[in-house]
Write a protein that binds this ligand. Structure first.
Ligand code: HAM
Length: 453
């Protein structure tokens, strides 16, 4: 990302010398390609999702963790893997100037995913002391991918990680099945239908070494016909060939050996138990032994939930086990499993509209005539303390304009605050949908409005 400070100071100089100029349309500053503003009423859907996530994950005893949005580049290089598309092509990385002259510049990266950060925090704060940790997060991630529907350069993930020493049961197939069952429950609670859980096991490190060798041998005679990336992958990290999107390479990839034939007995048994527990929990799944996931840290169980309505970017979420990740980051041997949901995609696949989950004002308070603003704000304060959504008008509005404004906002009632009402303590409460109006004493207003919520 170069040296942002010098760029900014150059730019400031430019503005100073030229002075403020009228702005034309193409000079307008816009959000950067691949980023976007989330606006109301859509933000109500995001809030609905995040609130439901808090409730559902809470019921499984997950607690929230928040890690920084930038970390040392090395964390992702070691955690996610140098050969992955994420690390080799997609990271936003810059050189941070050392604070003191003697200090070396450090390479920093906007997080492209959150699992490496969570495991780093786990190691750094010695969370191992607490046994099994169930942590979840919600936040932005950054990848320099080609933007398209459902794919952004700043996108949001909702993720969860279960990490702990083997003695805490972290390796048990029960953890895998429970996590997948939690995801099915969350999607049901959100009203997302039509999803498919694709499931695979990519074995332990030893299985993968044998599998990678088999892939290397199979690729050797054909790799020259493949894209440049695959030619490199065939030598350095053959498993990554499955990330290839080049159509001409697909017939070759289709013929490659399958990971399911390279699992050792313990991995086979582990996977068998995950499937059994899932079946008894009533969670449907489809086996897909081509699903290897695009990050290097995975071991054993790997999965994705896809959704037909999403188009080309059809994975709502992905995850799996990463039993060796902590050690590769210099931590203790603590097996883990987790997932991340693409929140942008999840929101796109919701069956609900923003209107269905938004709260409209319960009441539009219409002060009528000079001096009524100060009465109206006191009334609004009293009502809002009762968790009533109140929108305030202005005493300069005529009654007709107030009623129109209240209706436009979708308020259920208009509350008229005139001199007469204030002196008698009895207010006109008008139902904006039916036009029906009733007189309500001040201390009964909250009850009358709430009764219809
Ligand atoms: P991932 O498969 O790279 O896994 O990302 C998880 C989900 O994030 C994807 O299924 C997708 O829904 C969403 N996603 C990824 N890239 C984009 C993008 N450019 N625009 C919009 N959405 C996107 C991980 O990140 C792992 N950390 C998951 C994990 C957690 N594994 C174990 N624990």
């Amino acid at each position: 990302m170069g040296h942002p400070q010098s760029a900014v100071s150059q730019h400031t100089l430019l503005v100073r010398t030229t002075g403020p100029q009228p702005t034309t349309n193409d000079q307008m500053i816009k959000a950067i390609r691949g980023t976007r503003d989330l606006l109301p009423p859509d933000t109500a859907l995001w809030n609905f999702v995040e609130k439901t996530v808090g409730e559902v994950f809470g019921a499984y005893n997950f607690q929230e963790i928040r890690t920084p949005i930038f970390e040392a580049t090395e964390l992702f290089a070691r955690g996610v893997g140098e050969e992955t598309d994420i690390v080799s092509k997609e990271m936003f990385t810059w050189e941070d100037r050392g604070r003191a002259q003697s200090e070396k510049n450090q390479l920093l990266t906007l997080r492209p995913e959150n699992t490496a950060g969570v495991v780093r925090a786990y190691i750094e704060h010695n969370l191992q002391q607490r046994g099994l940790n169930k942590l979840y997060y919600i936040g932005p991630q950054f990848r320099r991918e080609r933007p398209q529907k459902g794919r952004y350069r700043q996108f949001y993930q909702i993720g969860a990680e279960v990490i702990g020493p083997a003695s805490s049961g972290s390796e048990s197939p029960m953890r895998d099945a429970e996590l997948l069952e939690m995801l099915a429950t969350l999607l049901d609670r959100l009203g997302v239908t039509g999803w498919t859980l694709e499931l695979n096991s990519i074995g332990c490190a030893a299985d993968r070494a044998r599998y990678n060798e088999a892939l290397r041998q199979a690729l050797d005679p054909v790799k020259d016909k493949m894209c440049g990336d695959c030619q490199r992958r065939a030598v350095t990290n053959p498993l990554r060939v499955f990330d290839c999107k080049v159509p001409e390479d697909q017939p070759i990839i289709e013929q490659l050996p399958r990971i399911s034939e390279y699992l050792d007995e313990p991995c086979r048994q582990h996977f068998g138990q995950v499937k059994e527990i899932l079946t008894s929990a009533g969670v449907p799944f489809t086996l897909n032994d081509r699903l290897v996931r695009g990050l290097d840290y995975y071991t054993r169980t790997a999965f994705e939930f896809t959704h037909g309505a999403l188009g080309a970017q059809n994975a709502i979420l992905g995850g799996g086990r990463y039993d060796g990740l902590s050690e590769s980051l210099g931590g203790p041997p603590v097996p883990g499993i987790g997932f991340a949901i693409g929140e942008d995609r999840l929101v796109m696949s919701l069956g609900k509209t923003a209107e269905e989950v938004s709260r409209k004002p319960d009441v539009y308070i219409a002060p009528l005539g000079a001096g009524m603003n100060k009465e109206a704000i006191r009334l609004a304060r009293e009502l809002r303390r009762h968790n009533i959504v109140a929108e305030l008008g202005d005493e300069t509005f005529r009654l007709k304009k107030s009623l129109e404004t209240g209706s436009k906002l979708g308020a259920k009632y208009a509350l008229i605050v005139g001199e007469n009402e204030v002196s008698t303590g009895v207010f006109a409460l008008k139902n904006l949908a039916t036009g029906e109006q009733k007189s309500v004493a001040r201390n009964e207003l909250a009850g009358a409005i709430r009764a219809s919520q």
